[in-house]
Design a protein around this ligand. Structure first.
Ligand SMILES: [Mg+2]
Length: 401
C-alpha cells in the first residue's frame, strides 16, 4: 500500500484529514474544532508522505515529527499520525489497539467537562450547586465531571474584585488573566467548588479546571483548601491550555505540599516535553491530548512512562470531534492501570450532524459513563462521503474525490 495524496477539509471549523492510498483504503482523522487555520499545516506535510507505505507509521513520523510544536502547532502532525494508524489497522484488518499491545479492558471510562454556558449558569455559589444537579441529569450517565472555574472561566470577570488585576473580557487570545487572587475571590471560588461537590455527592468524581493564571503560592493555597473534598484533580493552575512551556519545577513544589491531586499537560507536544513532569514527579496526573501530543502511539508511550513513575493519566479531548472520540477509545482500550478516564469530546455533538455523516457510531455511545470498545478495523469510524459532502465548504469540494 502506498500513499497517493494527503487531503484536508474544514467542516464546522474542524479540519478533517484524509490520507488517500493506491489500495482504495482511506485513513481518517480530525483536528480540534476551533482550529480551521491548521488546514495548510496539514497540507504542507504532503511531500514527506506521498509514495510511502502508510503502515510504517514510525518511519513516516520520523520525517514529520519535527514540524510540530506545543498546542496548536502539533495538531497537524498528530492528525497525520492518527490517520496512519487508521490505515495500519485497516491493512491488518484489526482495531488499532491490537497493534499497540491489545485490549486490556472491554469498556472505557470517560469524563464529561460541563460548561456553565451549556445551562446559562453564571458563577455564583448557587449556580455551582445547580451545575452539579444538571450534570447528574445529562444523558450518558457520566460518573466523572470536570468543572471549569477561577482563571479557566468567566468567574474572573463576573465576580467583582476576584483578583489583583484588571480582568480582560472578550479577549481574542486565551487566558489573558493572571495574578494574585483576592481573599474575597479566593473564598468565593472555594465555596463554589464545595457547593458543586456537595451537590454531586460521593458517587461522582469531580475534577476542577482552574487555570492557567495562578501564582505558585496561591495555587498551593487553592489546592490545600480542597483537601477534604476527595477531588479527582485540580488542573492547569500554573501552565496549561495554549501555554507554550511546562514549568515542571513550580508544579513539583505545589504537588509535593498537598494531598489534592495536581494535573496538567493538555498543550504539551511529544514525550520529550513530558520528561521533566514525569521524572521530577511534578504532578499526580497528566492529561495529554492525542490530537496535540503527537498522536496515539506517542500518548501510549507517555502513559507507560508515567505509570513507571507512579503518575496517573486522564487524556484531554473536549473539542477533538467524532474521529478524536474514536482515537480516545482505541487508546483507552490499551492504556495501563494508571488510566483514569478520557475527556469526552462533547462539543461536536452541538453541531447536530456528525453522527449522520460517519458510520461506526449509533449516536452518543456513552452508557453509565463508559463506552464499549469496538472491534472494527482501524479507528472503527469512517466518513459516509455521500452524506458528508453537503457539509464541505466550496473550496474543499474535492475532499472525497
Ligand atoms: Mg484543561
Amino acid at each position: 500500500m502506498k500513499i497517493t495524496d494527503i487531503k484536508c477539509a474544514v467542516i464546522a471549523d474542524s479540519p478533517v484529514v484524509r490520507i488517500v492510498t493506491d489500495a482504495g483504503v482511506d485513513g481518517w482523522s480530525q483536528i480540534e474544532t476551533p482550529k480551521p487555520y491548521v488546514q495548510p499545516l496539514v497540507l504542507q506535510l504532503k511531500p514527506f508522505l506521498v509514495g510511502e507505505d502508510p503502515t510504517n507509521v514510525e518511519r513516516l513520523m520520523k520525517r514529520i515529527r519535527y514540524r510540530g510544536g506545543f498546542k496548536p502547532w502539533g495538531s497537524a502532525v498528530s492528525a497525520i499520525e492518527i490517520a496512519l494508524w487508521d490505515l495500519a489497522g485497516k491493512a491488518a484488518n484489526v482495531p488499532i489497539y491490537k497493534l499497540l499491545g491489545g485490549k486490556v479492558r472491554d469498556k472505557v471510562r470517560t469524563y464529561r467537562t460541563f460548561y456553565h454556558h451549556e445551562i446559562s449558569a453564571e458563577h455564583t455559589v448557587a449556580d455551582y450547586a445547580r451545575w452539579a444537579a444538571e450534570a447528574k441529569a445529562l444523558p450518558g450517565g457520566y460518573k466523572m465531571f470536570k468543572l471549569p472555574t477561577s482563571f479557566h472561566s468567566a468567574m474572573v470577570s463576573d465576580i467583582p474584585n476576584y483578583f489583583y488585576g484588571a480582568p480582560c473580557t472578550g479577549e481574542r487570545y486565551p487566558y489573558a488573566n493572571r495574578g494574585l487572587v483576592t481573599e474575597e475571590g479566593f473564598n468565593h471560588a472555594v465555596a463554589s467548588v464545595f457547593a458543586a461537590k456537595e451537590a454531586l455527592g460521593p458517587g461522582y468524581g469531580l475534577a476542577v479546571d482552574a487555570g492557567p493564571g495562578y501564582l505558585a503560592y496561591d495555587a498551593l493555597r487553592f489546592a490545600k483548601a480542597f483537601e477534604p473534598l476527595h477531588l479527582l484533580w485540580v488542573e492547569d493552575m500554573i501552565t496549561g491550555d495554549y501555554s507554550p512551556f511546562v514549568n515542571a519545577d513550580v508544579y513539583r513544589d505545589i504537588t509535593h505540599a498537598t494531598t489534592t491531586p495536581i494535573h496538567t499537560g493538555e498543550q504539551i507536544y511529544l514525550r520529550q516535553n513530558y520528561k521533566d513532569l514525569i521524572e521530577k514527579h511534578a504532578v499526580n496526573v497528566i492529561g495529554p491530548d492525542p490530537c496535540d501530543v503527537g498522536g496515539i502511539a506517542e500518548l501510549k508511550w507517555i502513559a507507560e512512562y508515567a505509570d513507571l513513575h507512579g503518575i496517573a493519566i486522564a487524556p484531554h479531548g473536549t473539542a477533538n470531534g467524532v474521529f478524536g472520540l474514536a482515537s480516545h477509545i482505541q487508546l483507552a482500550a490499551c492504556l495501563p492501570d494508571n488510566y483514569i478516564a478520557f475527556e469526552y469530546p462533547a462539543r461536536f455533538e452541538d453541531d447536530g450532524f456528525w453522527y449522520d455523516i460517519v458510520e461506526g457510531f449509533d449516536g452518543n455511545p456513552v452508557v453509565d459513563g463508559e463506552i464499549e470498545v469496538t472491534d472494527r478495523p482501524g479507528l472503527g469510524v469512517n466518513f459516509i462521503p455521500e452524506a458528508a459532502k453537503a457539509y464541505l465548504r466550496p473550496e474543499d469540494a474535492d475532499f472525497f474525490d
